[in-house]
Design a binder for this molecule. Structure first.
Ligand code: NI
Length: 157
């Protein structure tokens, strides 16, 4: 495994569409392992492949509340319920956070790392992570949807 370089701020790749994964090969395995390592190293709860410069529909999530590390390949949101408004950040927008309204409950359909289809419903932070990461696959950042974005100051840490 290896740490990958996280693309940040105005890097134009962050605005591009990611392509569907078709080959479940060793290259994909390596990408997923590297993404987990990179996400944990940066203390993130989710990471999309585009954030490490790979335009593939691959997402890793670990909110710490679930008992599993989630891999979402070619994901789609198939149901949403309710609404939550709260704080959100992104490893590609360092030093900032914002207030974003998302569904309270989200069901996704995706492929796992072996290419098996599954569905999963998340609430609260996981629902927010599903929406945030899936937005990355079409070049959308949380700052596009935030009602406010602020700098994180040292005093708040
Ligand atoms: Ni993000």
């Amino acid at each position: 495994m290896a740490l990958r370089n996280i693309r940040v701020d105005d890097d134009p790749i962050l605005r591009k569409n990611s392509r569907k994964v078709e080959a479940f090969d060793q290259r994909l395995e390596m990408l997923i392992d590297d993404m987990f390592e990179t996400m944990y190293d940066a203390n993130g709860v989710g990471l999309a492949a585009v954030q490490v410069g790979v335009l593939k529909q691959v997402i890793v999530i670990d909110t710490g509340e679930e008992d599993e590390k989630l891999v979402l390949i070619n994901p789609e949101i198939i149901a949403t319920e309710g609404e939550q408004t709260g704080g959100e950040g992104c490893l590609s927008i360092p030093g900032k956070n914002g207030i974003v309204t998302r569904p309270q409950k989200v069901t996704v359909r995706a492929l796992d790392r072996e290419g098996n289809v599954y569905e999963k419903t998340g609430e609260d932070l996981l629902a927010r992570a599903f929406c945030h990461e899936i937005d990355h696959l079409s070049g959308v950042l949380y700052t596009d949807k935030a009602e406010s974005v602020q700098l994180i100051t040292n005093e708040e840490e």
